[in-house]
Write a protein that binds this ligand. Structure first.
Ligand SMILES: C[S@@+](CC[C@H](N)C(=O)[O-])C[C@H]1O[C@@H](n2cnc3c(N)ncnc32)[C@H](O)[C@@H]1O
Length: 231
């Protein structure tokens, strides 16, 4: 798995080796297919992989700094980071939206949220609320968010239709639903197929739940950025 992810050996990269084990373990719990697209749903990445999410080379491999620039989160905005994991994106968004803004950092794994809370404390951020959701419900207030972000998460949802319906209720009418997904169309993106999505698949699945694809950004090395609006 990690050989697909990096093109390097697991022995060379111990953190990625951990990630390999996690994903292989997760495969044992693999969860079926999406009823509209037939896409195979990926296993959830375990909290033991948090170090991989925080790896130093993430910036050069995935360019999250560029993603944040492109997404133009402004001071005062309320943003939900769904499947926030260790909080890599959530803390950076919190710095951008500032004390007048807010970040809901959601995940289903309490252990991920503990790691995230530690990062929030270390950075002395007071505008991040950690929210433990369920596989069907992100537990966000209705109409709360100017933007809802999912970075390498949507393909893991075991109940993607229910989640999108709940996220629609949490998104303001003029808000953006934003997905970053590894490009399935590109065989050189070194990620296993079930952890990648094509634009066609994302559009089909997300538009079926009452959104329209408004924009696709192609600037990142490995990921599509797909921006949806409510229909
Ligand atoms: C690959 S990690 C990505 C973490 C983070 N977005 C990042 O890019 O650093 C996927 C995360 O999604 C979470 N996840 C999976 N299904 C979820 C769901 N239904 N609701 C919320 N989080 C979910 C997992 O627990 C895991 O922390």
């Amino acid at each position: 798995m990690l050989c697909h992810l990096t093109g390097m050996s697991v022995i060379q990269l111990p953190l990625l080796g951990q990630f390999l084990i996690l994903l292989l373990a997760g495969n044992l719990l693999a969860q079926g297919t999406h009823p509209v697209s037939g896409r195979r749903i990926a296993p959830v990445m375990g909290y033991e992989g948090a170090d991989w999410l925080e790896r130093a080379e993430r910036e050069s491999e995935e360019n999250p700094g560029r993603a944040l620039q492109l997404l133009k989160f402004q001071p005062g905005m309320t943003v939900a980071d769904i499947g926030a994991g260790s909080g890599y994106y959530a803390v950076r968004i919190a710095e951008r939206v500032g004390p007048t803004g807010k970040v809901y950092a959601n995940d289903i794994q309490p252990e991920m949220l503990s790691i995230l809370r530690r990062q929030v404390r270390q950075r002395k951020l007071e505008n991040v609320e950690a929210v433990q959701g369920t596989e069907k419900d992100p537990k966000l207030p209705a109409n709360c968010c100017d933007a809802i972000l999912m970075v390498d998460v949507y393909h893991e949802f075991s109940q993607p239709q229910e989640m999108l319906q709940r996220l629609k209720a949490a998104l303001k009418d003029d808000g953006r639903l934003i997905l970053l997904e590894y490009r399935k169309e590109d065989p050189y993106v070194p990620i296993r197929p079930e952890h990648k999505m094509s634009i066609k698949e994302v559009k089909l699945e997300v538009e079926a739940e009452g959104f329209r694809l408004a924009q696709v950004l192609h600037d990142l090395p490995w990921q599509h950025i797909l921006i949806f609006r409510k229909k």
